[in-house]
Design a protein. Structure first.
Ligand code: NDP
Ligand code: 8X3
Length: 251
């Protein structure tokens, strides 16, 4: 049975992807900070799909926690086939000149350094076994910028650059690296961005049919089912009503 590690599996895209991979028969390592939510996801996956699930609660920003959780995996769990670097967030919508330092730190430390912290532990294991696939959750914000989103966009531009670098660096070790760049997906993302203001978050999707987490999970299913000799470098996936970061038609 294959093993997949998904960061940020307590909600949204990560949770949907965990369910999809469980349905495909993967044993799963699911991670996130919310221990109780992780345990609920774990129970659901075991009950519905009868796969093995290891839930590890840690903050991807905390290098010690990442090392303690992932650097000590037993033989049973250490042979990871698929890593999905999904944990991430946006915080605030401000012009740079008014930006909040704490929001900036959290975005950069989570989206960029968090993914690096996890990759630095898992990638050597994959390279040693000469087999593995890393899927990075980028964003349309990784190739375009928009007003008030400067630091989030910068963090996803970093993810875009890192994905390309990882693919080159691990080419000789037979590691496939893919980036997924969604547009609007209806998850907890906007609630987090607006620091818990659900009304404000709802307005982001006014008059638009956004993507759902399952839409992204379906793309991941397609990617991981492809034959070994094929790698999808990147996929940009948008709601039909959204052309790019700037142009959206609303009903
Ligand atoms: P959610 O808020 O629903 O999920 C985010 C996940 O990331 C949660 O499971 C959360 O877990 C985890 N997470 C956040 N911070 C940390 C941390 N410091 N340590 C560990 N885990 C963390 O949002 P989405 O599902 O939408 O987001 C998933 C990814 O998709 C993100 O990288 C986001 O940037 C990207 N994306 C989202 C889009 C959208 O419109 N929704 C569009 C394009 C990309 P917990 O809180 O338990 O720690
Ligand atoms: C999330 C999509 O457009 O809010 O990455 O930046 S967007």
């Amino acid at each position: 049975m294959k093993i997949a590690l998904i960061t940020g599996a307590t909600s949204g895209i990560g949770e949907a992807t965990a369910e999809t991979l469980a349905r495909l028969g993967y044993n799963l390592i699911i991670t996130g900070r919310r221990t109780q939510k992780l345990l609920e996801v774990k129970s659901k996956l075991i009950e519905l799909y009868h796969v093995k699930v290891l839930s590890l609660s840690f903050d991807v920003r905390n290098r010690n926690e990442v090392e303690e959780s992932l650097g000590t995996l037993t033989d049973e769990w250490g042979k990871i086939d698929l890593l999905i670097n999904n944990a991430g967030l946006a915080l605030g919508l401000d012009h740079i000149q008014n930006g909040n330092f704490d929001d900036w730190d959290r975005m950069i430390d989570t989206n960029v350094k968090g993914a690096l912290n996890v990759t630095r532990i898992i990638a050597p294991m994959m390279c040693a076994q000469k087999r593995g696939h890393i899927i990075n959750m980028g964003s349309i914000a990784g190739v375009q910028v928009y007003e008030n989103g400067g630091v989030y966009c910068a963090s996803k531009h970093a993810m875009h650059a890192l994905t390309q670098s990882m693919r080159i660096d691990m080419l000789k070790d037979n590691i496939k690296v893919t980036e997924i760049r969604p547009g609007m997906v209806d998850t907890e993302f906007s609630i987090v961005r607006f620091h818990g203001d659900k009304e404000k978050a709802k307005k982001v999707y006014n008059g638009v049919q956004p993507l759902q987490s399952d839409d992204i999970a379906n793309v991941i299913e397609w990617i991981v089912k492809l034959p070994e000799h094929i790698n999808i470098n990147d996929v940009e996936i948008m709601p039909s009503q959204q052309a790019d970061a700037h142009y959206t038609v609303r009903n």
